[in-house]
Design a protein around this ligand. Structure first.
Ligand SMILES: [Zn+2]
Ligand SMILES: [Zn+2]
Length: 210
């Protein structure tokens, strides 16, 4: 038994081959595992998540997400019910640092049977397809996660972001750029206030009634 523990972990398959495999586990041969209407199948697993630009998402090896699905063959299609739980790493739009966005999603979808030469699918619940007897859960999962992602991707509401002038991370340091900019813009106003003060006023801007 001890020899087993001494096997170096480096001997794992390369990321790419595991990546390719991850896509395969989402493909369900419906005609085989749920050959009759009413048959159901439960599967679960884990997957890594790699966000691509915009709202795309790739499933890779890893354990960013735990997924569970129960599929039931119905007349003309497959009902899919399940849950996706985990977190996806996003880039903060303000400070550009990575942060984890947690999600816990319930899935309820229907995929309908079509043959590979299908022209167009009409009607409700036709968004997902069982093409030639094979259901691909990947688009179902991807849509569910992508729809749950925040519209504004920021690490925290209080994130100060990066200075657009000097590039300083304003969460950890300060810079003079902002105050310099304000000086220029506020100069006429400051001048006005100064004049009021020298004229014996209290320095307040005149109100609407005055
Ligand atoms: Zn941030
Ligand atoms: Zn700056």
């Amino acid at each position: 038994m001890r020899e087993f523990h001494n096997v170096p972990k480096q001997e794992k398959p390369q990321e790419h081959s595991v990546d390719g495999h991850a896509h395969e586990i989402f493909k369900i041969d419906v005609t085989n595992v749920m050959s009759n209407v009413g048959d159901s199948k439960r599967i679960k697993g884990t997957s890594g998540l790699t966000p691509i630009k915009g709202y795309e998402l790739d499933f890779v090896s890893g354990a960013d997400m735990e997924w569970k699905v129960e599929m039931r063959r119905v007349s003309g299609g497959v009902e899919i019910a399940g849950s996706l739980k985990g977190g996806v790493e996003l880039e903060c739009a303000r400070c550009l640092h990575a942060f984890s966005f947690p999600f816990d999603i319930t899935i309820r979808e229907v995929a309908i049977f079509v043959s590979s030469g299908y022209e167009e699918v009409e009607g409700p619940n036709s968004e997902y397809l069982v093409v030639d007897g094979v259901l691909d859960l990947e688009p179902v999962f991807r849509d569910a996660i992508c729809l749950s992602l925040p519209h504004k991707r920021i690490c925290a509401p209080s994130c100060r972001g990066i200075c657009p002038v000097c590039g300083a991370d304003l969460n950890v340091e300060t810079c003079e750029c902002a105050s310099r900019k304000i000086d220029i813009r506020l100069k006429p106003l400051l001048q006005y206030k100064e004049n009021l003060s020298t004229n014996g006023s209290d320095g307040k801007l005149p109100g609407p009634s005055e």
